[in-house]
Design a protein around this ligand. Structure first.
Ligand code: SF4
Length: 99
């Protein structure tokens, strides 16, 4: 199991550090950081999954998560969408921000 933490979504509830303190630390304001590279050994997956499921803002994301397809079969090749490249993104707001 591999996870990542989207710190932009974290609202500092601290539940992740309560459930899996080996993988989540909190700063002085209660915002979480992921400890390690996101690889979770089998023995710790229960605690980390609890943290993932209890995070009120869904800031903890399981990478390569299997999601059901329309035909009901699980996708094994589900991957996270890449970050948009602002240099080629024609979104005016982003372009203005970069200038
Ligand atoms: S449970 Fe979610 S919102 Fe709370 S500190 Fe952890 S990542 Fe942030």
């Amino acid at each position: 199991m591999r996870i990542r933490l989207d710190r932009t979504m974290c609202d500092g509830f601290g539940l992740c550090a309560k459930h899996a303190p080996e993988y989540f630390s909190l700063d002085d304001w209660g915002y979480a950081s992921l400890e390690g590279n996101g690889e979770i050994p089998e023995a710790d997956q229960g605690a980390v999954m609890r943290a993932l499921l209890d995070c009120p803002v869904h800031a903890i994301i399981e990478m390569g998560e299997r999601r059901p397809s329309r035909d009901g079969a699980a996708h094994s090749d589900a991957v996270e969408a890449p970050e948009p490249d602002p240099a080629i993104n024609d979104n005016e707001a982003i372009s203005e921000f970069i200038r």
